[in-house]
Design a protein around this ligand. Structure first.
Ligand code: NAP
Length: 312
């Protein structure tokens, strides 16, 4: 295979001179702390250089330990890595943004974050409880804080120099527009669920025309079966090009111009998910023609995370 066919090394430029982001990233939404540390170590050894974290995942310390070990071993420098983390819903009040950011930096043992995202557009009751509920078990929202209020505090983090770029996650195109137009510092990255059953074409077109990166999560449909990995079009293409369905889905995502997150937990899966190469044009066309539509993560409707146990 020619190096030019490999999508594994693709870098996407970020708005505002904030450098580039490796298109293929490792997601750290792993519930178990030991598994997080081991999977992050394995991902670093296999060659992942882009890591997607979040205070809500409650494992930034374990990710930070794996990163510190790799930096101390001397084979990598901080500049080789692209680290994202995210502000959770209970910290949307402007005065809570900088403390939440600094707490994430401390847990990750980093002085500077490459990308900080507002994890969802929903403000929850401010406080230390990430999952505030009333007596009927309904989430308590904070009606007093708009997304723009939170965005202004995010802009201040870029001014401080401790955060190179900022962005949004789990937003609709309308929500993105309400921030994009008035923003002094425009979002550089939009993270949304995306795979052939939810191609997010409108968001991708808006991002492409305005120089934003679309970052796809759940590219394998969160592994829910039956799902995108079992789709007959994907399975047939995988056989034709001698790749696995996971590799075909990750390649499609990068080749169409998005960045993408994947969460391999073993050395073999890490190597497999990095080993992606360009698909033939007819394969891209066939995937783009898939008509099935399915959203696997309902976080966009409520701000309640789909894959984190309630009450934790
Ligand atoms: N912004 C948000 O609201 C949001 C929401 C969700 C996720 N995220 C981010 O996106 C990242 C990626 O999400 P995700 O991991 O759920 O997406 P995903 O890659 O669609 O799904 C992961 C699932 O795919 C399986 N898998 C991984 N590699 C495979 C392979 N080569 N062959 C077969 N199965 C494979 C895993 O199996 P095993 O369990 O067996 O390893 C797991 O069940 C997360 O870690 C997180 O950083 C963001």
């Amino acid at each position: 295979m020619k190096q030019s066919d490999s999508l594994r090394y693709r870098e996407l430029p970020l708005r505002g001179g904030a450098g580039t982001m490796p298109a293929l990233g490792f997601g750290t939404l792993i519930p178990d702390a030991t598994e997080t540390r081991n999977a992050t170590r394995t991902a670093l050894e296999a060659g992942f250089r882009h890591f997607d974290c979040a205070e809500r995942y409650r494992n930034e310390e374990q990710v930070g330990e794996a990163i510190r070990e790799a930096l101390q071993a001397g084979s990598l420098t901080r500049d080789d890595l692209f680290i994202t983390t995210k502000l959770w819903n209970n910290n949307h009040r402007p005065e809570r943004v900088q403390p939440a950011f600094e707490a994430s930096c401390d847990r990750l043992q980093l002085d500077c974050i490459d990308l900080y995202l507002i994890h969802t557009p929903y403000a929850f009751r401010p406080g230390d409880n990430q999952d505030p509920r009333d007596q009927n078990d309904n989430v308590i929202y904070d009606e007093g804080t708009t997304l723009m209020d939170t965005w202004r505090a995010m802009e201040n983090l870029v001014d401080s120099g401790k955060c190179k770029a900022i962005g949004l996650s789990d937003v609709s195109l309308d929500q993105l527009r309400t921030i994009f137009e008035p923003a002094r510092i425009k979002p550089a990255v939009i993270q949304v669920e995306s795979h052939p059953y939810l191609p997010q074409t409108e968001i991708l077109e808006f991002c492409n025309s305005n120089g934003l990166v679309t970052l796809a999560f759940a590219p394998l449909g969160h592994g829910i079966k039956p799902g995108v990995m079992e789709d007959p079009v994907i399975v047939a293409i995988a056989q034709r090009v001698d790749k696995t369905p996971a590799q075909v889905l990750l390649a499609w995502a990068v080749q169409r111009g998005t960045a993408v997150l994947t969460t391999p937990k073993t050395p073999d899966r890490s190597k497999e998910n990095l080993d992606i190469s360009a698909l033939p044009a007819d394969a891209m066309d066939e995937i783009n023609a898939i008509q099935t539509r399915q959203r696997f993560n309902l976080v966009t409707g409520t701000g309640i995370p789909g894959f984190i146990a309630k009450g934790s």
